[in-house]
Design a protein around this ligand. Structure first.
Ligand code: ZN
Ligand code: ZN
Ligand code: ZN
Length: 262
């Protein structure tokens, strides 16, 4: 079984946004379960924990060095990598492989001073890597920095993690359509908008992707306080098979295409 947990479901500002008095931020200040940290996942198998992105600054409180098998980065924006900046100075002595998109700049001095992290050769478009516990395929996305989504395949389940994108490049859309994915975790940072989206999906563009890929179940993530505020004032607008992810929510993948949501 694979246990997938949302380590965060927020955008770079997180929720509550510092100093904001909107309904969504006030609710999150009062009820901590509505807080949203930077978007990311942990994937736990009997072999260990794989992190997708490391935007939380408290990862050391959540995982031991020994637990982490590898870290997979979607891209080098600060809200996805800032947690690495102090973890790299661990004196444990163990090296942790970090997989990444082809971004020659990276973020600040991470490449120059990687500490315990070993940056692997960048993924090329549609590269697949197979470990003992599952397989991942790298999917190009539309974002302001080189960015990858990932298709996770495990025991007949296909789950795509598509964060930080506005729409989908044709190569990714066609690949995922052919694969017939079961589950989708999708960027939906903004409420429905009439503006052209360049870096993130609004609800309209997210719904269009869901219609094209036709997964049985979708979780929306990278939620901004603007979208959360909109959701509070427009309840019950999403169909049952589209859910707003929450921090700490877990999806368990069981071989042969079943899942449980905790
Ligand atoms: Zn982001
Ligand atoms: Zn707010
Ligand atoms: Zn980003």
């Amino acid at each position: 079984m694979l246990d997938i947990a949302f380590t965060g479901t927020g955008d770079a500002a997180q929720i509550p946004v510092w100093g904001c008095g909107c309904t969504a931020c006030v609710r999150a200040k009062n009820i901590t379960t509505f807080k949203r940290k930077p978007a990311g996942l942990s994937i736990t198998s009997p072999k260990g924990v794989t992190l997708i992105d490391a935007g939380r600054n408290d990862l050391a409180d959540c995982f031991s060095v020994e637990q982490i098998s590898r870290i997979i980065l979607t891209h080098f924006h600060m809200d996805h990598v800032q947690g690495l900046f102090h973890l790299r100075w661990s004196e444990h002595g163990r090296k942790i492989p970090v997989y990444r998109p082809d971004d020659p700049i990276g973020c600040d001095d991470l490449y120059k001073h990687p500490g315990i992290f070993e940056f692997q050769k960048p993924f090329r478009e549609l590269d697949t890597i197979v470990w003992d516990d599952f397989a991942l395929t790298a999917l190009p996305l539309n974002h302001s920095k080189p960015t990858l989504g990932y298709l996770l395949e495990y025991g007949g389940n296909r789950l795509a993690y598509i964060c930080d994108t506005a729409g989908l490049p044709v190569v990714t859309k066609d690949f995922l359509k052919n694969k017939r994915i079961d589950y989708l975790i999708l960027d939906c940072a903004e409420p429905p908008s009439s503006k052209i989206m360049y870096n993130h999906n609004d609800l309209n563009s997210a719904l269009e992707i869901i219609q094209q890929l036709a997964p049985t179940k979708t979780w929306l993530t990278h939620i901004s306080h603007r979208f959360e505020h909109w959701l509070l004032h427009n309840p019950n607008t999403l169909p049952d098979n589209i859910q707003i992810a929450q921090d700490g929510m877990r999806i368990q993948l069981i071989p042969s295409r079943t899942y449980g949501c905790l």
